[in-house]
Design a protein around this ligand. Structure first.
Ligand code: NAD
Length: 396
């Protein structure tokens, strides 16, 4: 069993990943500086329900399961804070035994500003996104180079790095023949927001570190995740996953279900033909676990496309409409002017075999899954704030 650091452990994906890996016997430390909570406070954005801070959650996890998730609250844009995770100088905010666990076998890097609309609100939010995301990634690479070259980094990228090219999207790499010669290159990237562009720049930094310092990295090009619960999060209310439904931090399906519940028309941007790859949060857990137990090789940058199926916005809206109507909600769909700069009809054919070959068994988006999400979200109907659902942050 490995010792795993989860950077960004307070987030939508970080906390459930911590519980998932801890329950499977791994020794887990979560690190976060509540950066996301601070942004939400500034912007008056609330999650669907409040979740306790990491120390409370980790303590509860220990009371229920007897397992320890160590908690460290620190800003990873600071190189000393990052180094402390590797050189034994870390001050834990919560742990059972104040004992350093040693060099990590794996680092799961989630600790970034994850919203495209936030990154395009204004120059300040764009700068925050660029500096936060690139500094955390660069610090991580430097700390691993300095202290822990055998550690496996699992980095969360996004399918949005590729954009929507008019050719099939490979898993990270492409063979190119040019003027009679061949070479293997990173698949062309063209992020559609400042946020996506930071992910492209992360990939470049990582590729440099792999070539130069011989690190081993798995870069996961993840699509938008949906879902509100995992096997572990349903054990106790204090272990719940933080769930956003607003335009800035809520992913599309989580948002649409919330909108349907309060009779807020599903906001389809433009023609609604925008197609992306999606996955259930339970499959994010599986993908990370498979990457942990099947690490990249030394000096390898391994890239997987982390999605399980593709849908257009119209298809997602229709699915939510159908299930919502069956459950008795008055679901409406409204096409509105697209605040984003993106193709509304386009070719989209990404490959996503790699993680399936490692053994991931997808949870596909069927009516039962949607019904389950409706049944969870409706419990918190009174908490839903209508005014944060759509603010129309413009790309241009
Ligand atoms: N959720 C999705 O649908 C999705 C899709 C594709 C990629 N991703 C990527 O996966 C990762 C996790 O996404 P998420 O939805 O859980 O986001 P999230 O915002 O809920 O979690 C990220 C966490 O990182 C922390 N963080 C950010 N900067 C930090 C810093 N400087 N120091 C310490 N902690 C810091 C935040 O406080 C937050 O708790 C992100 O990198 C995101 O870009 C997410």
């Amino acid at each position: 069993m490995s010792h795993i650091l989860i950077l960004g452990g307070d987030g939508y994906l970080g906390w459930p990943t911590a519980m998932h890996l801890s329950s499977r016997g791994h020794e887990v430390t979560v690190v976060d500086n509540y950066y996301k909570r601070a942004i939400c406070k500034d912007l008056h954005i609330n999650p669907l329900y409040e979740v306790p801070d990491l120390s409370v959650r980790a303590k509860r996890w220990h009371e229920i399961t007897g397992k320890e998730i160590k908690v460290c609250v620190s800003d990873l844009t600071n190189i000393n804070s990052m180094n402390a995770l590797f050189n034994g100088k870390c001050n834990y905010d919560w742990c059972v035994e104040k004992k350093y666990t040693g060099i990590p076998d794996t680092i799961v890097h989630y600790a970034e500003q994850p919203s495209a609309p936030y990154s395009l609100m204004n120059n300040t939010t764009a700068n925050n996104t660029i500096s936060n995301n690139l500094l955390v990634t660069n610090n991580l690479l430097y700390s691993v180079k300095e202290y822990s070259r055998d550690s496996h980094i699992i980095k969360l990228g996004t399918m949005g790095e590729y954009g929507t090219p008019n050719i099939d999207i490979e898993e990270g790499w492409i063979d190119i023949e040019h003027n009679g010669r061949n070479g293997k290159f990173l698949f062309p990237r063209q992020g559609s927001s400042i946020y996506h562009t930071t992910k492209v720049m992360d990939t470049d930094l990582i590729w440099f570190a792999v070539r130069t310092w011989e690190l081993k990295v798995t870069d996961l090009m993840q699509g938008p995740v949906y879902g509100i619960e995992t096997e572990e999060s349903i054990i106790d209310k204090d272990l719940s996953i933080i769930f956003f439904y607003d335009e800035i931090f809520g992913t599309i399906l989580n948002r649409f279900i919330t909108q349907a519940i309060i009779d807020y028309p599903l906001t389809v941007y433009g023609k609604g033909g925008q197609t992306r790859g999606y996955l259930n949060i339970k499959d994010t857990m599986q993908c990370i676990e498979k990457a942990v137990i099947n690490p990249a090789k030394d000096s390898e940058l391994r890239i997987f496309n982390q999605i399980t199926e593709t849908f257009s916005v119209n298809q997602l809206a229709d699915k939510v409409y159908n299930v919502g109507q069956q459950l008795g909600f008055n679901v409406m769909i409204e096409s509105i002017e697209n605040p984003r700069k993106e193709a509304e009809e386009h070719y989209y054919n990404p490959k996503y075999q790699g993680l399936l070959e490692l053994g991931v068994k997808p949870h596909y988006l069927d009516d039962l899954v949607l019904e389950g999400m409706f049944n969870q979200v409706i419990k918190y109907r009174d908490n839903i704030k209508k005014d944060i659902i759509f603010k129309g942050i413009k790309w241009i």
